[in-house]
Design a binder for this molecule. Structure first.
Ligand code: HEC
Ligand code: HEC
Length: 273
């Protein structure tokens, strides 16, 4: 009896899976016909979006609210492919649950799927495109570029991300994350799209070559090994404070020793006169 039921359920399940698979294989062909690979991609993105993103961002990415009228996700009209690529490739999206800040996590979509989602959102309204590889490829960066990037980084980024790119706390339980694991592509996109509290650094504010210099600098920081046990100053505000304190006390001690050593000599000097 029980077994018969189970078998029937299995047959029905298998049939459903087969129909679903057949639909998945056949539907794109029917839907897009001769429109070419581009609209195939947009269509694939639209379908992924409906399943994974629409619950918060609305079925047409117009933004969503829950039953109590609270926002569940902002409108994505005009955020551009770069914002989608950044948010999904860093695993921030799809968000799991609301919170002060949506953390990065391993991405849940493949590169193809991310491209499709980005193409779909970009098809809704113009917005920043995913940057071309040569605009963030810093494998051949010169030393001058790294130095210039360091200056730009200190002017524009250290206030939130700390002078060594290790991140820092912001008000209301938010934080600027460490940049030590960010890819060059994501660094460019973060500047271009300004997630959360981060300002947008458009290509007019920071020219593409400025962005490249900053990326070259961050990559140099990532590659720089801590020499021996002196990583202290790069761990965040607390150890920075400690470091400052040690240096401060250290110099006070040095001055005291110096004065101590100096005074008798001065005395001797006046005696000799
Ligand atoms: C559980 C709800 C939820 C889901 C599901 C979700 N999002 Fe979001 N999304 C949010 C919220 C909330 C924000 C704003 C948070 C922030 O500012 O960091 C956001 C922000 C974004 C942004 C940044 C917009 C901007 O102005 O830069 C993009 C892009 C985005 N989501 C894309 C997606 C995509 C694509 C998916 C599906 C793969 C998705 N989201 C799934 C809630 C969600
Ligand atoms: C006002 C504070 C602020 C400034 C200034 C700022 N950022 Fe950010 N940045 C943030 C915050 C907050 C986030 C996290 C956003 C989120 O989680 O959605 C962030 C995220 C990032 C990320 C993503 C890291 C990751 O975890 O994937 C990168 C890369 C980045 N910023 C680079 C920069 C660079 C480069 C500059 C300077 C040109 C800069 N930021 C300036 C606040 C700032």
């Amino acid at each position: 009896m029980k077994r018969g039921k189970l078998a029937r359920a299995l047959v029905v399940g298998a049939a459903l899976v087969t129909v679903g698979a057949a639909y998945a294989v056949l539907a794109p062909d029917n839907a897009s016909g001769a429109d070419g690979p581009q609209s195939d991609q947009v269509e694939q993105g639209r379908r992924l979006f409906a399943v994974s993103c629409a619950s918060c961002h609305g079925l047409n990415a117009e933004g969503g609210t829950n039953g109590e009228g609270r926002d569940t996700g902002p409108s994505l009209i005009g955020v551009g492919a770069a914002a989608v690529d950044f948010q999904v490739s860093t695993g921030r999206m799809p968000a799991a649950q609301p919170g002060a800040q949506i953390p990065r996590k391993p991405p849940v979509f493949t590169v193809d799927e991310i491209n499709a989602l980005a193409a779909y959102v970009a098809s809704l309204a113009p917005g920043p495109a995913v940057p071309a590889e040569e605009s963030y490829d810093v494998s051949k960066a010169t030393q001058e570029e790294v130095v210039r990037g360091g200056e730009l980084f200190r002017t524009n980024c250290t206030a939130c991300h700390n002078f060594a790119g290790r991140g820092g706390a912001l008000p209301d339980g938010k934080y600027a994350p460490t940049l030590m694991t960010s890819t060059p592509r994501n660094i460019y996109q973060a500047m271009l799209t300004g997630p959360q509290q981060m300002p947008v650094f458009s290509d007019h504010v920071l020219l593409p070559e400025d962005k490249r210099a900053i990326i070259a600098y961050v990559v140099a920081l990532q590659q720089r090994d801590d020499p021996g046990g002196f990583g202290l100053g790069r761990l965040g505000p607390v150890s920075e404070g400690l470091w400052g304190w040690l240096v401060g006390i250290g110099s006070l001690v040095a001055v005291a020793v110096w004065i101590g050593a100096k005074v008798p000599r001065v005395h001797r000097g006046t005696k000799d006169d």
